[in-house]
Design a binder for this molecule. Structure first.
Ligand code: G3I
Ligand code: 9MR
Ligand code: ZN
Length: 541
């Protein structure tokens, strides 16, 4: 990682919406600051920062400067005399339009099994990859088509549960904010009719169908080579055999949930496809009913790729039941929700392992009239209480986000965006815009208002991540990484050799290395991008 002098004034490197709060975070000594119009060179606002305080998670003393009074659309910079300046940023009605498009376009770059053509991928084009049939682990004679979908991350594995989370975020974003998905990305399938977000999700759904064992309804946990290929291997050069790992209850629950959701959302565009989704969801549900208890997935001995282990499958079952109820209205699924909701798991989490939040959202979005009144009220109340807790935690944080010190885990940026998503949903159900303000603070953090003055999205902001642990970006010899990818972010657990060597003793929010070897802090995944699409969609309203 090249050493770079950190700026002492950090901002969202994209910018701020015209209305609402605009805050920069300062770490230097001076308190007076000016907002300068970059195009005209004049000072448009002068202010003073507030009382400094030490922020433990970031390890710096911070103070904030409020320039919410600047309302004119334009490009600005914050300055504090000679040589001290922030990144330049815009103030506009929809500052995050391109960002949202870029975050969504990332899924095209993650595509597997097809050529990424110059027309759509530019310099990041590559040949079709992973087109051979996969071997069903433990059934050497059985080979099945497994092409398509999205690569999971910086590796080329394809994992059913994480894929379902990514689709769920994108479909929820579309469901709540359809007007933000009108412009073409574009992708090869763009037809001006079906929104691109649905066409892109169909790529992953089409692959997910192949992960279901039609004989039983169970869903294979993942599809990967036995071990990870080297870091500079392009997708089309990764030709080792692919294996379907065994069926798991978590994958099957996620599959049922996302397919039931897709059945509802694709119905107006393609009812035959919607029926196919619902049939697959129903079959998966039958597997779950027949396997009321199942051990958590662990890698077979020969397989060392991502495990995505998760010992609790109640949350995935709950999500499946809630989506099936919402889509079909059938009482059996309602009864299943009422039973599952009593079990022990988080009802508000949106992580790849903890999918209970999606069940709760499905139940609430279905409306009070079709719900058990008491359960509806308690889930709604619980959601708002959780959001309120996030707001309070954010008040205590120097960079105004809800992560506490021990929340800086592998993929902490997923937590940043998941929490923002929950806040946005709380606004949706309560109409209380203070939840949205707090969610926006989380986006500001992601885009540069953080102790490392870095935009965690490749290709966006004036100091973005440049060296993600992403095999195509390492192997393609193009200087810039594939754009629009959300990096995992600081992980205080120091889970790879590179950070163990370089980041000992750093405060939590500084446990990040923009280095391709740091897979535990600087990898990218589809399910870190997807909640960011949801959040930006809200702020493009
Ligand atoms: O939840 C616990 C928390 O309670 C505890 O306080 C904390 C302390 O470290 O750990 C938390 O668990 C972490 C877990 O992620 C949370 O989701 C584990 O430490 C951490 O090791 C685990 O990391 C996962 C990582 O794989 C290693 O298993 C990431 O979530 C997961 O996103 C990542 O996924 C990989 C795939 O395996 C392969 N493909 C790339 C992908 C991204 O790196
Ligand atoms: O590249 C792999 C990455 O996608 C995974 O998230 C990570 C953790 O499972 O592992 C990476 O592979 C590394 C392996 O675990 C250890 N040797 C170095 C590999 C990176 O090239
Ligand atoms: Zn591939």
């Amino acid at each position: 990682m090249s050493e770079r002098r950190l700026r002492t004034i950090t901002v969202n490197q994209i910018g701020y919406p015209v209305g609402g709060e605009k805050i920069a975070v300062f770490t230097g000594a001076g308190h007076d600051f000016q907002v300068v119009d970059v195009d005209h060179g004049n000072v448009v606002f002068e202010g003073q920062t507030g009382t400094p305080r030490f922020d433990e998670t970031s390890g710096v003393t911070v103070h904030t400067g409020d320039f919410s009074e600047v309302h004119a659309v334009g490009t600005y910079r914050i300055e504090q005399g000679e040589g001290i300046a922030s990144a330049s940023f815009i103030i506009s009605d929809k500052p995050y339009h391109e960002l949202q498009q870029g975050l969504l376009k990332a899924f095209y770059y993650y595509r597997c099994g097809v050529e990424l053509t110059e027309e759509y991928a530019g310099d990041w084009k590559h040949k079709a990859c992973h087109t051979a049939e996969g071997i069903v682990y433990g059934e050497t004679e059985r080979r099945l088509d497994c092409s398509g979908g999205w690569h999971d991350a910086g590796d080329y594995g394809k994992y059913s549960g994480p894929g379902a989370k990514a689709i769920a975020d994108l479909l929820l974003a579309y469901e709540l904010y359809p007007s933000d998905f009108v412009s073409a990305i574009p992708i090869p399938e763009s037809d001006g009719g079906t929104p691109d977000v649905l066409l892109e999700c169909k790529v992953e759904l089409d692959w997910l169908f192949k992960m279901q064992d039609y004989r039983t309804g169970g869903v294979y946990h993942k599809l990967t080579t036995l071990s990870f290929p080297d870091l500079d291997v392009m997708p089309e050069a990764d030709t080792a055999d692919l294996y379907f790992s065994p069926v798991s209850a978590t994958a099957t629950g996620d599959f049922a949930g996302v397919m039931a959701m897709a059945a509802r959302i694709y119905e107006p565009f393609d009812s035959a496809y919607a029926k196919k989704c619902l049939d697959a969801a129903t079959l998966a549900w039958e597997w779950l009913v027949q396997h009321p208890t199942a051990p958590g997935f662990t890698n077979p001995p020969e397989i060392s790729t991502g495990e995505y282990g998760d010992g609790n499958d109640k949350d995935e079952r709950y999500w499946a039941a809630a989506e099936l109820y919402r889509t079909t209205g059938k009482e059996e699924y309602h009864q299943a929700v009422l039973q599952l909701v009593q079990l022990s798991f988080s009802k508000y989490s949106l992580g790849w392992a903890d999918m209970g939040g999606y069940g709760t959202l499905a139940y609430l979005l279905n409306g009070e009239d079709l719900a058990d009144r008491a359960l509806y009220a308690s889930l709604r109340e619980g959601l708002l209480a959780e959001a309120e807790r996030l707001v309070e935690q954010s008040r205590d944080d120097g960079y105004r986000i809800s992560l506490k010190e021990d929340d800086y885990i592998w993929g902490s940026n997923m937590l940043v965006m998941n929490n923002a998503m929950l806040l946005v949903v709380a606004e949706y159900f309560s109409g209380d815009s203070s939840f949205a303000d707090c969610a926006l603070d989380h986006l500001h953090y992601l885009m540069g208002r953080n102790v490392l003055d870095i935009s965690y999205v490749t290709g966006f902001g004036d100091h973005p991540v440049m060296h993600p642990h992403h095999r195509p970006s390492v192997g393609d010899h193009v200087v810039d990484p594939v754009p629009g990818l959300v990096s995992g972010g600081p992980d205080r657990g120091l889970h790879d050799e590179y950070v163990v060597e370089h980041l000992q003793g750093k405060p939590a929010a500084q446990c990040f290395a923009d280095h391709e070897l740091s897979y535990s802090t600087n990898e990218v995944t589809i399910y870190w991008n997807s909640p960011a699409v949801f959040v930006t969609a809200r702020f493009n309203q």
